[in-house]
Design a protein around this ligand. Sequence first.
Ligand code: AMP
Length: 360
Amino acid sequence: MKLAIFGGGQLGRMLAQAALPLDVHCQVLDPTEAPCAAAAARHIHGDYADHAALDRLADGVDAATYEFENVPVEAVEYVAARVPAAPGATSLACAQDRAHEKQLFEDLDIDVAPWAEVNDPNELRAAIARIGLPAVLKTRRFGYDGKGQVVIRGADDMDAAWEAVAGQPCVLETFVPFEREVSMIGVRSRDGEIRCYALTENVHREGILRQSTPLAADTLQASAEQSLTRVMQALDHIGVMAFEFFVADGRLLANEIAPRVHNSGHWTIDGAVCSQFENHVRAVLGLPLGDTATRGPCVMLNAIGQMPTVAELAKVPGCRIHAYGKSPRPGRKIGHVTLIAASPDELKQRLAVLQAVMIG
Ligand code: AMP
């Protein structure tokens, strides 16, 4: 079978790597010269707005999908007229807009921190008066890895914050003093079957994910699965979806969804029976879903800006290395390492050694 993917970054690369053992061959559309997925898939060099490139992407494939949520909705709709495209434009449009996303959470009775739409400085002032400070101002569209968002701690920060978001349509939300951050990743098949992975605890620094650990039988597992299920069903979502939450006062508060495979699910390649990547490929091609069970204790660490050498990582037992073939640059995700162990204690010991190697 053949699968078309919008985007040729590391997520496209890992989708293509997971597809091959199923005898599924991928082609990716990406506007850059040498996207990292080109090592694992056929690269179609072109723009997402170029119909000729979209026609080439759809040629001879059984289905199409995307690896990032900023692909234009029109491009997905154009390809969807020729081949089954999943997740659909509804999931994409919702995830592209923080206000739509939060409204959907509220409509589905999923708890979310107080928020308001903000389109100009007057609305920002009114929103601060209603929500209080500290608060976070986020652009409605095109934010990622902490970009397009600014914390407002005092009334004096307001003008600088509005300048920082360049006057774009925004949402203002309460700054949540969370105890921890978690995500739930699940997959929904064409016939509506849903399978979820273990709730995953995530550590961010400077808005960028650093570390993800699947939790064993966490008390919030059922509640997170329920929220994800509601959203996937409401959007008639097909494929993998990630739902990020804050945990405050022991309860889940919705942060955001990603209608795609997600960084906090990279541990599933080495730590689950069937990875998020393979399950996404299966779902979008209409194949039966794979087992989402965790195989044992593991933790995933992102390599940000630099990747330790294989020789350095070989000193830590239990490392599974995933380099993306991207050139090092500060703040850039260029690989990840999943550490596996026979017991939680062994994982803890190995993690302390690995962290020293990763940070350098
Ligand atoms: P986001 O792009 O919305 O997922 O934000 C990236 C990261 O910034 C989150 O994972 C949190 O660590 C932090 N963050 C975002 N929004 C808030 C908030 N309302 N309160 C506290 N921290 C936040």
